[in-house]
Write a protein that binds this ligand. Structure first.
Ligand code: NDP
Length: 257
């Protein structure tokens, strides 16, 4: 379905992004993969090449999405090497725990820069190219954008902002033929929680608790988010824009009783 389409994907070196890259590769997409960890990004690219029906080799761009010059280089390199952009997936993101009493402004700034400012600027830079291809954007948000949770305050604020960004840009670009959507995963098994400071013991308990916190009684898998991203990016979603699609095992509709 994505043969000949150029897909630019951030956070492709790990978790949901690496899995999404594989799904696009299986569908013959031409990939530009962005991450910071060179080894992991190269590994992800190699796997994509292996599963690609025509053994297409992704280009890899080492970049820190918090750095404006890096983001400009991401777009310039993609256009120089691949000539166009059909799909932008803003997936790179970080999580930290903390409340209004414990989150420093420094932590707040870091999370807002990575989770909101970076997709904002990368989208701004990609739009002229997406207008040419009548392409589309998929942002990776979270159930934390839709529902409110204590002790991950900055993360919730950032994902809520990303949801509103998704809807507003969808309205701005809809008349020009560019769709903009988001996926909102519940808990998905990746490295994000422990990278954000959770201990191994707390992570085990957190995953166990998913039996209670998710209607389907389990955390999600990266494949389940990747398939939703491909749906929104593909022609099957040609009349869908401005949507924040929950991929959360029912977490977002649960209420404590
Ligand atoms: P991972 O920690 O496994 O992967 C995060 C990815 O983002 C990595 O590829 C990492 O690159 C990249 N990244 C982070 N910061 C930067 C930066 N400054 N510059 C460039 N790349 C960066 O997490 P997930 O796969 O879980 O997260 C992907 C997205 O999914 C995030 O937006 C997250 O908020 C969202 N999400 C995740 C959920 C979950 O439970 N896992 C639930 C809901 C949403 P590198 O490793 O190379 O540094």
């Amino acid at each position: 379905m994505f043969a000949g389409k150029v897909v630019l994907l951030t956070g492709a070196s790990s978790g949901i992004g690496a899995e999404t890259a594989l799904h696009f590769a299986k569908q013959e997409a031409i990939l530009a993969l962005v991450g910071r960890n060179k080894d992991n990004l190269e590994k992800a690219a190699k796997k994509c090449e292996e599963v690609s029906p025509k053994k297409l080799k992704p280009i890899t761009i080492i970049a820190d999405v918090n750095n404006e010059t890096d983001l400009e280089r991401v777009i310039n390199t993609t256009i120089e090497q691949l000539k166009q952009i059909d799909v932008l997936v803003n997936n790179a993101g970080i999580m930290t725990s903390g409340s209004i009493e414990t989150t420093s402004l420094e932590q707040y700034d870091k999370i807002m820069t990575t989770n909101v400012r970076a997709p904002y600027y990368l989208t701004m830079l990609a739009v002229p190219h997406l207008l040419k291809t009548k392409g589309n954007i998929v942002n990776v948000s979270s159930v934390a954008g839709v529902r409110s949770f204590p002790n991950i305050l900055a993360y919730c604020v950032s994902k809520s902002a990303l949801d509103q960004f998704t809807r507003c840009v969808a309205l701005e670009l809809g008349p020009k033929g560019v769709r903009v959507n988001a996926v909102n995963p519940g808990v998905v098994i990746t490295e994000i929680h422990m990278r954000g400071g959770m201990s191994e013991k707390d992570y085990e308990a957190y995953i166990e608790k998913c039996k209670m916190t998710h209607a389907l009684g389990r955390p999600g898998q990266t494949e389940e988010v990747a398939s939703a991203i491909l749906f929104l990016a593909g022609s099957g979603a040609s009349n869908i824009t401005g949507v924040t699609l929950s991929v959360d095992g029912g977490r977002g509709v649960m209420c404590p009783r």
